[in-house]
Design a protein around this ligand. Structure first.
Ligand SMILES: Cc1cc2nc3c(=O)[nH]c(=O)nc-3n(C[C@H](O)[C@H](O)[C@H](O)COP(=O)(O)OP(=O)(O)OC[C@H]3O[C@@H](n4cnc5c(N)ncnc54)[C@H](O)[C@@H]3O)c2cc1C
Ligand code: FES
Length: 251
């Protein structure tokens, strides 16, 4: 059984870092793990959490506490941990290209491991790290170190640029062509990014909608796309942003 190696570490307001040793050693950026949060049936369903970083057979995750399941995860004790994964389809890794990564809130988490892999492949990264306010920023220096260009936006201007990630994106793509845009965060943000991107630039988004089983059995995670219904847990969570019918998403 996977092993939780540390007492969950508070990184910023409501955000905790957990380090987990697993038997697996092959993780793709954008994949997630499905965590059983309680020994009893409440909560019944496992909670999906993205891989933040991976090295050998250990991974780390960042969990934002928003309800009972994530609260229980933030209070776990080192030792056995009931985890399934890695699951899902991850991001495309570009080689020797220039790309933009845009994360919103805890949606920045899966983009860190992605940036690491892009660095390994010689791809130049412009990173836009967007949060509500400075209290929610986690691991800023780790992100900054790997990025060739790094911007922070906060809604209230408490750190970095006051405003939205799309404002920075608009500015960047008006002066330079990028080979791909990657994004994870709130749905309205991802929708705007897809609308704003040049039509010849691929945009990959990682959706974080409601999941049930996490392994393709319950259709609890359906995303409506131009190609029909897709199950985010097995067909995603990473999708071509242009196939998603954004007006049919949960919001
Ligand atoms: C593929 C994937 C990867 C994810 N990666 C991460 C990650 O790296 N870090 C992280 O902190 N979270 C991540 N999430 C979100 C995380 O799974 C949810 O926050 C978690 O399941 C909530 O469980 P809970 O019991 O704490 O909250 P609940 O008690 O289930 O819900 C609390 C409140 O939050 C709302 N809510 C719950 N889940 C969601 C959701 N998915 N979208 C919008 N609102 C929601 C509920 O409506 C309710 O109002 C990911 C989700 C998916 C699908
Ligand atoms: S969560 Fe059950 S099919 Fe995706």
């Amino acid at each position: 059984m996977p092993l939780l190696l540390n007492q969950p570490e508070l990184l910023s307001k409501d955000h905790y870092l957990l380090k987990i040793e697993t038997k697996e050693s092959n993780f793709n950026p954008g994949q997630f793990i499905n965590i059983k949060t309680s020994a009893n049936t409440d909560p019944l369903l496992r909670r999906p959490i993205s891989i933040f970083d991976a090295e050998g057979n250990s991974i780390s995750i960042v969990v934002r506490v928003i309800g009972k399941g994530t609260e229980l995860i933030s209070r776990m004790k080192p030792g056995d941990m009931d985890v399934i994964g890695p699951l899902g389809k991850g991001f495309t890794i570009e080689k020797n290209k220039k790309v933009i990564l845009i994360g919103g809130g805890v949606g920045n988490a899966p983009l860190y491991y992605l940036m690491k892999k892009l660095n390994d492949e010689g791809t130049k990264v412009t990173y836009i790290y967007s949060v509500k306010n400075k209290d929610f920023i986690f691991e800023k220096n780790k992100f900054k170190t790997l990025a060739d260009e790094f911007f922070i936006t906060t809604d209230d201007g408490s750190e970095g640029i006051k405003g939205m990630a799309v404002d920075v994106l608009r500015d960047k793509i008006s002066s330079k062509d990028y080979d791909r845009i990657y994004c994870c965060g709130p749905e309205p943000m991802m929708e705007k990014i897809v609308q704003l991107a040049n039509t010849n630039t691929p945009v990959e988004v990682s959706v974080e909608n409601y999941f049930g089983c996490g392994v393709g059995l319950c259709v609890g995670c359906t995303v409506d796309t131009v190609e029909g219904y897709k199950r985010a847990c097995v067909d995603g969570p990473v999708f071509d942003g242009r196939v998603i019918l954004w007006d049919k998403m949960g919001g």
